[in-house]
Design a protein around this ligand. Structure first.
Ligand code: MCN
Length: 776
């Protein structure tokens, strides 16, 4: 039986669920010391003086370092010319939480005392925390020498005025995709040990080779003396692909104190120093005919980058623009974007990275067209879908080529499982009964770009390249170790790679183990991001297994004195078709591969090892149709997601259990963005006001519904598995489904749009204004 497609339980779970997994903060080498950072209290200020004298007097403090001590080191990798981020704030702080100095002490408590004893004298400057404030004519500039807080502006090729004018109707919408904190369970941590043999650093990172490459260059040491290990990592969601200064500084501290140094963030530190996500504003216009056919769409994105231009942050509006047409056949789509710096935590990739923003904008617009034309939102979508026969479908001025999909089938399945007609009936009945909640039904039909793999797709973010690597090693007993370039942090990659290899090699799932996350053992790798592991490393494993198996069959054929074409490989053995008793075990073939006297004459010992760098001609484009039913309490405005139907298309599904789990996690984050989460700053001081999990509303299980999941599979033609990524899908597709449902519930009050997060007070305001203070 094939394991690909089977609901196999995760092989990583026993160690994760019994507390036997090793995370960075579990490591405690002999003589370990502890680093803690002094961070800015102000959102914007000049640093006049830093007095470390009192901190240095505390017993157990090994040193305090400021920007001055790092003056021989370059700025952090990435960013924009002249606007790079220094490892520690130099002369000026640009957000509340920016690291200014660092202490190393014998334990965490002494380090905390020393941080409190460092005195920083600031000259406070006016702060700008929003795009509007940053672009005001008299705005305080973060980089005065740059002359503006606007950094990058990519204009529209054609302003679409004529196309818009030719439409029967036009509608404009301004939507805000609010700033979210990333909030992985494990905060950022690293442990650096720089001894005479070189540097080893354990780090919470999604791409250890990427970090190794940049760090060795930054520290000016050879790559073979710079080993990065990402052990078990408790979630990353994109924020653990960022070159945080802590990763670059901690190794130097280890060198300077001559001992291992560990740094591990508290939750509040993580809320302020780990990069945030989203924070885009969209000015949108859509032109359509009376039958609801969309003819033209214009999208202008403004990206709040926060205090510095992170490379992945700069990529967000690019991806949003690429996906501006969604899953609709729109003759004219034009986009533009600009980026703005503000006195806030830098913004970077966060699950979906640019695609949730695009999906939200398009799906809100499509609902607006439905509203203006009086056509049902399901029917509007059906009239505008790209059809299955239209693939491959070129969009975004031919820069993006959707691979495959079947949007009508996704929609049909979603409508069916949602019980659409029944819910519409219930909505009507409840609307006129004040004792009942208001019902709203919303849809989101979406396509996203994943499987980052084609040459050039990651180089722009500072990566070496975009391939992914697999190395399969067969041991003399016929078990296999597979070294993969991905660095998973919760996805279940060990399980799916084992499933693929087990099918191809005929070796039992339990006799395959997966090694990842260590530049000392995995020769090269790119990393886990952009929902690429299955399309890239999964495909690499499939092809490498097939190549390796060809050689194993030659050995088996030689041992059995049979033609390799007659061999059947299954259950850890090779047998000869039609001759039941003629059989040799994988273990024996593997042993022979190390014994030259038993090998075919043309083969050499150690032949059962295969290393492959998998490239891909294009991305994969997962898609889906999500449907949501909300119930709104008329008196409090509280929204409850009563039903959520999730129909996904990720091509070939390797493990339905895990793929669905990925969607569940992503949808939880999507519902959180729609209803609860927002990283807020005081508008006058720029101070963060949601910097812990009391103020920042992360949902818990009772806030989320039971999901109803389904599937439509259109295989991806761009990789040998036919698989598309699914790691980000839920977070991309779900926010507009929820918001569309809320707007639908409130539509009889004249509501056409409501910004996220849709907190009860916003809804209550709408209802109480419409009903003149007496909600019903
Ligand atoms: N899968 C499958 N069949 C497919 C595609 C995927 O069975 N056709 C399943 C597999 O179990 C696979 C998982 O889904 O392990 C995710 O695969 P893939 O879509 O290739 O994504 P990656 O493994 O590259 O993971 C990255 C993606 C991203 S970009 C973010 S952000 C994210 C996410 O995955 N962050 C996560 N999922 C996360 N899950 C956890 N628990 N923690 C995070 O930080």
């Amino acid at each position: 039986m094939s394991l690909v497609g089977a609901k196999v339980l995760r092989k990583e779970d026993p160690r994760l669920l019994t507390g036997r997994a090793t995370f960075v903060d579990d490591l405690l080498p002999t003589n370990c010391t502890f680093a803690q950072f002094i961070v800015s209290e102000h959102a914007h200020a000049e640093i006049r003086h830093i007095d470390v004298s009192q901190a240095l007097k505390i017993p157990g403090v090994l040193g305090v370092w400021t920007a001055h001590d790092f003056r021989e080191y370059p700025d952090l990798p990435g960013g924009l010319p002249d606007l790079e981020r220094p490892p520690l704030a130099t002369g000026r702080v640009r957000w509340a939480g920016e690291p200014i100095a660092v202490v190393v002490a014998e334990d965490r408590y002494i380090a905390a005392d020393a941080v409190a004893a460092v005195h920083v004298d600031y000259h406070v400057l006016p702060a700008v925390s929003t795009i509007r404030d940053a672009l005001a004519p008299d705005a305080e500039l973060l980089f005065p020498e740059h002359g503006s807080n606007a950094l990058v502006t990519v204009p529209m090729l054609d302003d679409l005025d004529r196309a818009m004018e030719a439409c029967d109707e036009r509608a404009q919408l301004r939507v805000i995709n609010q700033r979210c904190a990333v909030v992985p369970i494990e905060t950022m941590a690293c442990l650096a040990d720089w001894n005479i043999d070189g540097l080893t650093m354990w780090a919470t990172f999604q791409a250890p080779h990427h970090l190794r490459n940049k760090m060795s260059a930054w520290l000016n040491i050879p790559q073979n003396q710079c080993r990065i290990i990402s052990p078990n990592v408790g979630g990353g969601f994109g924020a653990k692909i960022v070159f945080a200064p802590e990763f670059f500084i901690t190794p130097l501290l280890s060198k300077w104190v001559g001992r291992p140094v560990k740094f591990s963030q508290s939750r509040t530190e993580a809320m302020l120093q780990m990069t945030h996500g989203r924070d885009q504003e969209h000015d949108l216009e859509v032109g359509f005919d009376r039958n609801g056919r969309i003819k033209a769409l214009r999208m202008v994105v403004t990206q709040n980058l926060g205090a510095y231009a992170d490379p992945t942050g700069l990529g967000l509006p690019v991806l949003t623009n690429w996906m501006a047409g969604g899953c609709y056949k729109i003759a004219k789509v034009q986009t533009a974007f600009r980026c703005v710096v503000t006195n806030t935590t830098p913004v970077a990739a966060y699950r979906g990275a640019g695609r949730p923003e695009a999906t939200y904008a398009v799906e809100r617009l499509v609902d607006l067209v439905a509203r203006r034309t009086g056509i049902d939102p399901v029917e509007i979508r059906r009239r505008n879908f790209i059809q299955p026969q239209d693939f491959p479908y070129e969009t975004h001025n031919r820069a993006v080529i959707y691979d495959s999909g079947n949007f009508p089938a996704l929609m049909d399945e979603c409508v069916r499982l949602l019980d659409y007609e029944v819910e519409r009936k219930r909505q009507k009945e409840f609307r006129n009964d004040p004792s009942k909640p208001l019902i709203g039904i919303g849809f989101s039909t979406w396509i996203e770009i994943a499987g980052f793999g084609p040459n050039g797709s990651l180089e722009g973010f500072g990566h070496l390249a975009s391939w992914e690597s697999t190395q399969i090693r067969i041991h003399p007993d016929g078990s296999a170790t597979i070294f993969i370039g991905s660095a998973p942090h919760g996805q279940g990659t060990e399980t799916v790679v084992s499933q693929i290899a087990a099918d191809e090699l005929g070796i039992s799932f339990d006799r395959i183990n997966i090694v990842y996350g260590d530049t000392g053992t995995v020769i090269q790798g790119i990393g886990t991001l952009g929902s690429r592991s299955v399309p890239m490393v999964g495909s690499a494993t499939k092809v490498a297994s097939q190549r390796l198996l060809e050689r194993a069959k030659r050995i088996a054929g030689h041992l059995l004195e049979a033609s390799e074409d007659d061999l059947i490989v299954a259950d850890d053995s090779f047998s000869v078709r039609g001759t039941p008793g003629k059989k040799v075990g994988w273990a024996d073939v593997a042993l022979a591969s190390f014994q030259p006297l038993r090998l075919p004459p043309e083969m050499q010992a150690g032949t059962l090892e295969e290393h492959l760098f998998q490239e891909s001609p294009n991305f994969s484009y997962p898609s889906g149709a999500y449907g949501c039913v909300v119930e709104i309490d008329r008196r409090s405005g509280k929204v409850r997601v009563a039903k959520m139907v999730l129909i996904d298309d990720c091509g070939t599904v390797i493990n339905p259990l895990l793929a669905e789990g990925q969607v569940h996690g992503g949808v939880a984050q999507g519902i959180a963005q729609a209803l609860f989460e927002e990283m807020q700053h005081d508008p006058s001081t720029g101070q963060p006001i949601t910097s812990n999990l009391v103020d920042y509303l992360v949902p818990s299980a009772p806030d989320l519904p039971n999901y109803i999941a389904g599937r439509v599979n259109t295989p991806c033609p761009n990789n040998p598995l036919g698989a598309k990524g699914i790691g980000e899908s839920g977070a991309i597709g779900s926010p507009p489904a929820v918001v569309n449902a809320i707007v639908d519930a409130l539509s009889h009050f004249g509501v056409e749009h409501i910004d996220m997060p849709v907190l009860p007070e916003k809804v209550w305001q709408v209802i109480s204004t419409a009903t003149k203070g007496s909600p019903k």
